[in-house]
Design a protein around this ligand. Structure first.
Ligand SMILES: [Zn+2]
Length: 391
């Protein structure tokens, strides 16, 4: 194994400048969710050149792709590449580094393919910041044949185990009756009052939630003129909780809040999911331990404790289908808040360049472990089979 990892390192040394160029080119052409044509073209272009077979688009996603190199029968290792930017802020979440690192890992592995078995798959997963394309790719079966799914995310600490909350995106639509608000209010039924009541009911519920549940909402429609009783009002919420079961309980309570609001105001309502649901991230600890060993061997020793993120990741759905990790690696630039201009500056600087290459090495080494160490893969799968109970 040591020999193979040494060769992977040499291969990545040889393409260091290409990894950095890709990271910087994507940074310099920021594209928001499902618009990442430059990034997808760039990545699939390089992968084609290196002998990967490309499938694109995937389903309805024009900038999603799957690039595969089948070496020999054996494990199928998925390296996930994100490449979407944020409106107005560009690559202030560093997804360009994720793309460059997964590409670099795939090329590093491809360069030593005679020493490996199995298949290398690079999955281009767009729109992480908006519609969560991984949820759709999981639904469409694009990841069904993977044995593991690997990716990293840049941050301000080295965190091996990153879990996240399950998320439900619900839109409530209330329908009342329009009438002149001043001269004949008794003829109307106020849908905006129902939405306000829904918020008040949720606020009454909020202190009694457990399992790190949270509810955040906005009013999307609230009437058209003060002298017309609003006949339609719409509110959107993100509901989150540590487990799917807890989230389902919260969703039931919120539905009860809406029922009460409708009763109180004489309106009716319906609701639906306006964005895909995210599952809570289930970290495969055996796979995470392999990643950690590799990191340490690569000289990364300042590891932060496991983090229970209060946000949500579309990688959560992947982690319920196949054993997966979504570790963070530090940009080593002090405290950094993602989705800020400062984060973007660090991503575009020397810290970003070094991190893309380091992450490529760690991903490639971990992929090689999975491809070559049958006993490790068996333990990863055993944990996965027993670990579907959410923690
Ligand atoms: Zn991100």
């Amino acid at each position: 194994m040591h020999v193979v990892k040494g060769k992977i390192n040499q291969a990545i040394d040889a393409i260091k400048s290409q990894i950095i160029q890709v990271a910087e080119a994507i940074f310099d052409h920021p594209e928001t969710g499902n618009q990442e044509y430059f990034a997808a073209d760039l990545l699939t272009g390089i992968l084609t050149e290196k002998g990967f077979r490309i499938t694109r688009p995937l389903g309805q996603l024009p900038t999603a792709f799957r690039a595969q190199m089948a070496i020999a029968p054996g494990p199928v290792v998925g390296l996930l590449a994100e490449y979407d930017a944020l409106p107005g802020l560009g690559h202030a979440c560093g997804h360009n580094l994720i793309a460059a690192a997964s590409l670099g890992a795939a090329l590093g592995l491809a360069a030593v393919k005679d020493e490996l078995r199995g298949s290398i798959v690079v999955l281009g997963t767009p729109a992480e910041e908006s519609c969560g394309a991984k949820v759709l790719l999981v639904r469409d079966g694009v990841l069904d044949d993977l044995d593991v799914a690997l990716m990293f995310h840049p941050g301000d600490a080295n965190i091996v185990e990153v879990s996240s909350l399950a998320l439900e995106a619900l839109e409530f639509i209330f329908e009342g009756r329009a009438a002149h608000a001043a001269s004949c209010p008794e003829e109307g039924a106020n849908a905006l009052e129902a939405v306000i009541q829904l918020f008040n009911n949720i606020n009454a519920l909020r202190p009694y939630l457990k399992d790190e549940a949270s509810i955040h909402g906005i009013i999307v429609e609230g009437g058209v003129s003060p002298n017309i009783i609003p006949e339609r009002a719409v509110a959107r919420f993100y509901l989150r909780a540590r487990t799917r079961e807890a989230l389902n309980r919260v969703a039931q309570r919120v539905e009860d809040c809406a029922t009460a609001a409708a009763l109180a105001t004489g309106t009716r309502f319906w609701y639906h999911n306006y964005e895909p649901s995210y599952e809570a991230m289930l970290v495969n600890r055996t796979l995470a331990a392999a990643w950690q060993r590799n990191l340490q061997e690569l000289g990364v020793t300042d590891l932060a404790p496991a983090s229970r993120s209060r946000g949500s990741l579309d990688m959560g759905n992947v982690s319920r289908l196949v054993p997966a990790i979504h570790p963070y690696l530090s940009l080593n630039a002090g405290r950094l808040v993602p989705h800020t201009r400062q984060f973007a500056r660090v991503v575009r600087g020397e810290a970003g360049r070094q991190l893309a290459v380091l992450a490529a090495r760690a991903l490639a080494w971990t992929a090689a472990d999975v491809m070559l160490d049958r006993e490790l893969l068996a333990r990863i799968k055993e944990e996965f089979a027993g670990g579907q109970v959410t923690k």
